[in-house]
Design a binder for this molecule. Structure first.
Ligand code: GLU
Length: 413
């Protein structure tokens, strides 16, 4: 595949470089590159048309030395073990970077959720939980939404898990509010991108007011990021979904586009907007580019054409390691995924804590604590990058890898 290093190999490039800088041994590197547990299950369901279909499901637990494994569950036709493995490793680094007491995991089912009915999705989800319930739970591995899943899917997981173990809301996060979900979880990742960009602008003296933004992806992350950045006075000039991309120099109307998307299912054909060929939203001239859809979208093929001054990784792994090198040479900053999109897992952590303590926190508390944790993490990354003259991904990996290694050392390994 042109310019697409796999999720796991990109992770290993960052891990290897961090281990070299920190002077860690080959065995430490090996321990951090391998997952502790990898599950693959085959899930048969009867489709609405009466036919039998079998889907492959995965759950990878990468590390739990700092706390139970934590990470999303993804429904997408390209899910495979390599991708889930790479994403699980990134979660270990993400939870370590923002210093919350959780480890890293990830799951996925190889399916196209758009082609499945609600009933089919529910049966698929419940059967997946029936297969893997022994390995997940509040103290071992806690799932959450990711690409192609949402609060409803988490509600089914909660219900299925609780049917086996008794009421256990802390076994999964990103649940509907009615089932013990947290205020602010829905918008957390997008909102967090706003917090990180604000910290970036304070540190590097780049003004927010009127700064232009292009966003790839109009799902949960993209829409909430667009709203948060508009609230900060920034101007979103391009947005896209899986099939179309639109552009307007004067700024797009996010609420009108969200309405159109929810009513008609796509962004295209809106009056007053210029249509772009899919993928071209990544190449518009702007101050900030936020890829908030899938991995590997900025690669060695299109990296030379990126015109943004700064890339903020809303998705996991949108910039390949080959593209990273090109962008570094071109002096385009990349704010890495493990920092930029960590708002989601931070509020998942708040949800888990609330559920364990049988508490309900108000939105203001969530917003304040999220801003504090994420703002601190961002400043630590910027400080370390400046001290060691590193790019931001390398600086973030140094901090995370060191924290995980310290925990491993403390266990006596
Ligand atoms: N799927 C999100 C991520 O990649 C959230 C994970 C979580 O909340 O556990 O960070």
């Amino acid at each position: 595949m042109t310019g697409k290093s796999s999720m796991q190999s990109s992770y290993e490039v960052s891990l290897d470089a961090a281990c070299d800088r920190l002077g860690y041994t080959e065995s430490t590197r090996r321990l951090l590159s391998l997952a502790a547990l990898e599950l693959k299950v085959e899930i048969p369901i009867v489709r609405d048309n009466g036919e039998l279909a079998v889907f492959s499901g995965y759950r990878v637990q990468h590390q739990n030395v700092r706390g139970p494994c934590k990470g999303g569950l993804r429904y997408h036709p390209e899910v495979d073990i390599d991708e889930v493995r790479g994403l699980a490793s990134l979660m270990t680094m993400k939870t370590a970077l923002v210093d919350i007491p959780l480890g890293g995991g990830k799951g996925g089912i190889c399916c196209n959720p758009r082609e499945l009915s609600t009933r089919e999705l529910e049966v698929l989800t419940r059967k997946f939980v029936k297969r893997i319930h022994r390995e997940i739970g509040p103290n071992s591995d806690i799932m959450a939404p990711d690409v192609g899943t949402n609060a409803q899917v988490m509600g089914w997981i909660h219900s299925e898990y609780s049917a086996i173990y008794g009421h256990s809301p802390a076994a999964v996060t990103g649940k509907p509010l009615a089932l013990g979900g947290s205020a602010g979880r829905d918008k957390a990742t997008g909102h967090g991108i706003g917090i990180v960009i604000q910290a970036y602008s304070e540190r590097y003296g780049t003004p927010l007011e009127g700064a232009t933004v292009a966003i790839q992806g109009f799902g949960n992350v993209g829409v909430h990021a667009a709203k948060a950045l508009t609230d900060l006075g920034m101007k979103v000039i391009a947005v896209s979904d899986a099939r179309s991309a639109v552009y307007r120099r004067e700024g797009v109307d996010i609420s009108a586009l969200s309405k159109q998307k929810s009513e008609r299912g796509l962004l295209a054909d809106v009056d007053g907007y210029q249509r772009l060929d899919p993928g071209k939203e990544l190449e518009v001239e702007c101050d900030y580019l936020v890829p908030a859809a899938l991995g590997g979208v900025i690669n060695d093929e299109n990296a030379p054409r990126i015109k943004a001054k700064t890339i903020v990784e809303g998705a996991n792994g949108p910039v390949t390691s080959e593209a990273d090198k090109i962008l570094r040479r071109r002096e385009i900053d990349v704010v890495p995924d493990i920092l930029a999109n960590s708002g989601g897992v931070i509020v998942s952590y708040f949800e888990w804590v609330q559920n364990l303590q049988r508490q309900v926190w108000p939105l203001k508390q969530i917003d304040d604590e999220l801003a504090q944790i994420l703002g601190n993490a961002a400043r630590q990354v910027f400080d370390h990058a400046a001290q060691k003259e590193l790019d931001l991904r390398s600086a973030a990996f140094d901090i995370s890898v060191r924290r995980v290694k310290e925990a491993l050392d403390a266990t006596g390994i």
